[in-house]
Design a protein around this ligand. Structure first.
Ligand code: KIV
Length: 255
């Protein structure tokens, strides 16, 4: 066994040591390989691929077949990083479909699966874990519910939301989730959850005090320049660099 291979235990041990966990999305072979070579320990084939790769308006359009296709591509990089995949919208409505679809992602090369929700999906989470599949939770703003919620709203401002987030996070940890993504949660609540829950809390737009941070790689690199979330500071301007390089190449063809 490759001694550099990251496992769910490695990720949990990082929290214990107080080492911040860097996580990024990768939807294909070159990006999974580049991020792995850069030393990112946790990779996700997120259903955000719907927007930043497939051109859908939100994640609700992504199918399991599309997730499998992209998990297969990313897994071909054989990263040392732990590579997971999102269960697509509607794919985990029952215990049976949750387990069957989690197995499809594992067969495609995922080493963990992620699904959105708390206590309402606990039977599915327990069944996935009982099937021997590592599970990552996702709480806070749930992008698969963006249409019902009428947008991407910050969670945890109201006492009831704060309490529900804590109870959901505890329930997911008790059910065997090895980590939980916390999206768009107010920073003080995200900090409290990170301190009170034993499994790593990976924030996105939830302030600096989570155990780790996850970003959509296209947001970090400026390679989906038509929209960047407010909480991301892009480190590259890849979109503009591509336009410039292509214009220069096109001009160079002229006699
Ligand atoms: O779909 C996704 O990429 C995600 C992360 C950004 C957390 O769920």
């Amino acid at each position: 066994m490759n001694s550099l291979k990251i496992t769910t235990e490695t990720i949990r041990a990082m929290k214990t040591r107080g080492e911040k966990i860097a996580a990024l999305t990768a939807y294909d072979y070159p990006m999974a390989r580049l991020l792995d070579e850069a030393g990112v320990p946790l990779l996700l084939v997120g259903d955000s691929l719907g927007m930043v790769v497939l051109g859908y308006p939100d994640t609700t359009h992504v199918t399991m077949a599309e997730m499998e296709h992209h998990v297969r591509a990313a897994a071909r990089a054989k990263p040392n990083a732990l590579l997971g995949g999102d269960l697509s919208y509607h794919s985990y409505e029952t215990v049976d479909t949750a387990v069957a679809d989690a197995k499809r992602l594992v067969a495609a090369g995922a080493e963990y699966v992620k699904a959105e929700g708390g206590r309402e999906i606990l039977p599915q989470v327990k069944a996935i874990v009982a099937a021997g599949i590592s599970f990552c939770g996702h709480l806070g703003m749930l992008p698969q519910h963006v249409l019902e919620e009428g947008g991407y709203h910050i969670k945890g401002k109201k006492d009831a939301e704060h309490q529900a987030l804590l109870e959901d996070a505890q329930a997911l940890a008790d059910a065997g989730a090895f980590a939980i993504v916390l999206e768009l949660v107010t920073p003080p609540v995200a900090k409290e959850i990170s301190q009170r829950i034993s499994v790593p809390i990976i924030g996105i737009g939830s302030g600096p005090d989570c155990d780790g941070q996850i970003l959509v790689t296209q947001d970090l690199t400026g390679s989906f320049p038509w929209f960047t979330p407010r909480f991301v500071k892009p480190r590259l301007n890849t979109g503009e660099q591509i336009r410039t390089a292509v214009k220069q190449w096109k001009a160079s063809l002229q006699p």
